[in-house]
Design a binder for this molecule. Sequence first.
Ligand code: SIN
Length: 300
Amino acid sequence: MTSGPGDPQIVPISPVFGAEIHGVDLASGIDDETFRLVHQAWLEHGVVAFRDQSPLTADAQVEFALRIGPLHTHPAAPAEHANAAVFVIRTHRDSSISNGNGWHSDVSCDEEPPSATMLQIQLLPHCGGGDTLFADMEAAYATLPATTRERLCGLSAIHASAHVYPGRYADRSDGKEALATPSAVHPVVRTHPETGRRSLFVNPSFTVAIDGMDSAEGGELLTELHEHCTRPEFQIRHRWQPYDVLLWDNRRVQHFAIWDYWPNERSGHRVTVQGTRPFFDPEGPEPDESPLRLSIGRLA
Ligand code: SIN
């Protein structure tokens, strides 16, 4: 039976961002009003976790993602699934890397990086582990001093992938996959195209330099920003239950898939939605003063 209006229960999981959604069965399909509520919750909370799910077929996952927008094609990952829109997430005993195992916003090196990512983990490591961390870049922006925010609003950064993608998927392909290593210049502070809110848009995986700044000064600034962005106050941690589905907004959050379960296996299906070119609107509103109290990282 299709989930109908009134079904979703949306439960925030931290005072900052992230919510769980109960009462929606994605495998059975959802009606337009339920989709509208889910979409609104995703925009409001940045990450939503659908609990109590069953395995989604590739078609069902793709159909849901297409309701958000046209799909994004990964520039480098080989198509392993019969449905080419599905990116197979799989880490096992012989993996040399684990996908997503470092802070990043998906494919931020693209001119038009993905907006949404939808992931269902179908095989959890049998001894536990394999959680996914998220960090809220709106909170990261809002907690910076006003003078720093003003400075950052005038800067752009280079996002590259030539240091990330070559060889990354070698164990998954026959070596004949087309490999693209895109790079792009994006504003350091971006305006969300749907909510109008500002967030920091740099990450340690793809952001390699501040545009027009010498590498020492730019590198120092990026190091400071990466440290700030990954403060515990801006983080949530998703502990996967069988067949959970996560939907996150790459325009607002970074994520980090923890690989603490070797030699066990973890696998699932990821589908991403095409985003638009990141921009900064200088006329847009500044966030209200953040209520967050930032720790100095030790007891004082
Ligand atoms: C990814 O970065 O898309 C993978 C996230 C995960 O496996 O938890």
